[in-house]
Design a protein around this ligand. Structure first.
Ligand code: IMP
Length: 434
């Protein structure tokens, strides 16, 4: 296989917020196509232009590289108002996406009543800490055959009929007193917001198949992460899409043989935002230190993230689920200056045995206590660009991490800036970034 044609997937291996944006931003200049295939504006990452940051939620991260064509695949759910705002923000900074963006005609729309339903549920006892962006209801409508696709916008005469069934279900659920815009208003607003975006709507599957056949390099940008995957995550405390590898194929219409390599992204520690199982969570000063030093507050909602040591069993599960070829370990420098650094190698059960198996049921996580192995800390890794220059203690920690997840490291991030990181020699990333 020629490395020149490597098509690469970037997938999160924890509960999201691993730093996928930095990796996609580093890699994008080497690819012709950058593709989102699932999720919506629950995702968020910040790109820095001339010292100023732009928050992107739905626009693929290759936006800042004029040579990249950006594709929003059929597996994505889109809030067009938010999408337009992102395009406007990019345009005012000099990044016009005209001629290099395609939105799948099969991608589904997030509509105002989806957001209302999401927020209504989150106000009740069964809340799961969603981002409140209407993601779950939009995917429910899709599975329930009541979804509205971008292609439907090209048929304004039947749009109200497409929206009505889902709208009426939400109305029934929320009751007559709910503050919902009328169906007519939903349709009118949608047509107005969609108008400037209509030229971008197209058959993204045919576009991608043609790109693959002519040998374009394609970068697939995962959103969220395996532990938030609707099937392979900590159900029901998950998002509503397949964030792991399977979602890439259903979310683009490309076959598995179109993909060459899988880069799994994990932080050197673990975080999670929202409710649900998180055995690594530390409620002490060390947890707080990770949050402050790592600036662990949500890009999308600003919520403080729950923090803990690197959890090897969950990351190993994610590596298996995705067939990961190499790891990108992010934010190692956040662990700088600690006396000791922990690595969760298993969980102690109520019976006192140690397991590395992940329960399928949220209730079964409750009794599990993390089994932590401690390593001597180090002074600083900040800005190191060659892994041979890492302190011996950091080496020892990373070696144990690799041994526990059984996947080699391809990239190590040692700071927020682009140049702060090491590409490991001999890995599939070296020809691109080395
Ligand atoms: P939803 O995707 O808004 O339905 O939220 C479901 C769960 O996924 C909640 O726990 C969210 O906090 C979490 N979640 C969704 N998107 C992200 C993300 O991009 N990063 C981290 N957590 C996320």
């Amino acid at each position: 296989m020629s490395l020149v044609r490597t098509n690469l997937a970037i997938l999160g291996l924890q509960w999201g917020d691993e730093g996928k944006g930095k990796v996609v931003d580093l890699l994008s200049p080497h690819f012709h196509q950058v593709v989102r295939f699932q999720g919506g504006n629950n995702a968020g990452h910040t790109v820095v232009v001339d010292g100023q940051s732009i928050a992107l939620h739905q626009v693929p991260s290759g936006a800042l590289h004029p040579g990249c064509f950006l594709v929003v695949g059929n597996g994505v759910v889109l809030n067009l108002e938010v999408f337009q705002q992102e395009l406007d923000r990019l345009r005012t900074r000099g990044f016009d996406l005209a001629g290099r963006l395609m939105l799948s005609d099969r991608a589904h729309l997030i509509l105002p009543h989806h957001i209302a339903l999401d927020l209504w549920r989150e106000g009740g006892a069964n809340k799961i800490g969603t981002t409140g962006r209407g993601i779950g209801p939009a995917y429910e409508m899709k599975a329930g055959r009541m979804g509205v696709r971008l292609g439907d916008l090209l048929h304004p005469e039947t749009l109200a009929d497409r929206i009505r069934p889902g709208y009426e279900e939400v109305r029934l659920r929320l009751g007559a007193g709910a503050e919902l815009p009328s169906l007519e208003t939903v349709v009118e607003d949608l047509l107005r917001i969609a108008d400037p975006l209509l030229p971008f709507i197209g058959d993204s599957q045919s576009h991608l198949v043609a790109a693959w056949e002519r040998g374009d390099r394609i970068l697939f940008e995962g959103a969220q992460a395996t532990l938030l995957d609707i099937d392979h995550g900590t159900y029901p405390f998950v998002t509503s899409s397949n964030c792991s590898l399977g979602g890439l194929f259903t979310g683009t219409g490309l076959p598995p043989k179109a993909l060459d390599k899988i880069l799994g992204i994990a932080k050197a520690y673990t975080t999670r935002v929202g409710s649900g199982p998180f055995p690594a969570e530390m409620h002490d000063a060390t947890g707080e230190r990770l949050r402050q030093v790592g600036r662990e507050f949500g890009t999308t909602t600003g919520r403080p993230r729950r923090c803990g040591w690197f959890d090897a069993p969950i990351t190993a599960h994610a590596c298996r689920t995705n067939g990961v070829d190499g790891l990108a370990i992010m934010k190692l420098d956040v662990l700088d200056g600690l006396d000791e650094v922990g690595l969760i190698v298993g969980y102690r059960t109520g019976e006192g045995t140690i397991t590395t198996e992940l329960p399928s049921c949220a209730a079964d996580w409750k009794g599990l206590q993390p089994e932590v192995k401690y390593f001597k800390g180090w002074a600083s890794t900040r800005g190191i660009t060659k892994h041979g220059e890492l302190p011996a203690e950091a080496h020892a920690y990373l070696e144990a991490l690799v041994e526990s997840v059984e996947v080699p490291i391809a990239y190590l991030s040692t700071g927020p800036d682009r140049q702060e990181g090491c590409v490991y020699p001999g890995t599939f990333l070296e020809p691109l970034l080395g």
